[in-house]
Structure formats: C-alpha cells, structure tokens
Design a protein around this ligand. Structure first.
Ligand code: SF4
Ligand code: ZN
Length: 139
C-alpha cells in the first residue's frame, strides 16, 4: 500500500503532487491481484509519471526492500516488483546497480531485475530488449 510513505522515517516532500491525496494510498483490502492494483493506480499514474520527485520517491520508499505495493516513482509496484512501468520511464531513477560476479551474463541481468535496480553497463550490453507490461484495456 502506498500508505507506507507515511512511516516516521519516510518523508516524501510536501511539494509532491500526491501529498495528502488519498487516491495514492491504496489500502491493502482494496485489491487482491496485480491486475486490481493496476486498475486502482492507473487513474493517478499520469500525475505520478510527471512528478519531478520520482527518483527521490523511489530512494525514500525503497519499494523492492519494503515489498511495497501501490504507486511510487511513476511506476506501479506489487510486493516490491514493478508490475507496470510507462514506456518512457527513466531507468536511471532506479537505485544504482550492485556489481556481481554474474554481471555481463543473463544471470547478471536477472539479478539486477530482481533487485529492481539499474542494469550495470556490462549487463546493459548483454540485455535483450526489455518486455513492457501492457496496461489492461477497459472492457
Ligand atoms: S513519484 Fe509519485 S508517489 Fe512519488 S512523490 Fe511523486 S507523485 Fe508521489
Ligand atoms: Zn550487471
């Protein structure tokens, strides 16, 4: 839930467009599946995607570590994984890559993806085109 941004040690700036906006705080009991979560967060994605604090927001919320679900940093997350990222999302907004022995191989690429961090230059060179998750179409 996006409410984790209100934990005492987390201070998303009060200048952020989501500040105090309940539509950004999706309660746990409002969704069961990733698809529900995408539907709930999509109406405010255009605000979040244009927010100048995206990178800072990801640094503060640490969604991968906190297993965050909701909207943060212009992306929609479920249990710490990105389930929707707009096609023009800037990967440099994600945390810097940890360098591992596997870097430069497919396993290295996967390790960066699992940690939801940037790809290091060696892994970037070996990374196949990232698959983009589609937003659900309205029925
Ligand atoms: S990136 Fe999104 S969730 Fe984070 S401060 Fe900006 S509007 Fe709020
Ligand atoms: Zn790497």
């Amino acid at each position: 839930m996006t409410g984790t941004r209100t934990l005492p040690d987390i201070h998303v700036t009060e200048h952020a467009p989501c500040w105090g906006d309940e539509d950004f705080a999706v309660a746990d009991d409002r969704f069961k599946t990733s698809s529900d979560l995408i539907k709930l967060c999509t109406p405010v994605l255009y605000v979040c995607g244009g927010c100048p604090f995206r990178a800072a927001c990801i640094r503060q919320v640490r969604p991968a570590k906190t297993e965050f679900s909701g909207i943060c940093g212009g992306r929609i997350w479920s249990n710490g994984e990105i389930i929707y990222s707009p096609p023009d999302a800037d990967p440099t907004e994600l945390p810097a890559p940890v360098h591992r022995k596997a870097c430069g191989t497919a396993a290295g690429v996967r390790a960066h993806r699992r940690a939801v961090e940037q790809q290091c230059p060696r892994c970037q060179a070996s990374e196949p085109d990232a698959e983009q998750l589609e937003l659900p179409t309205s029925d």
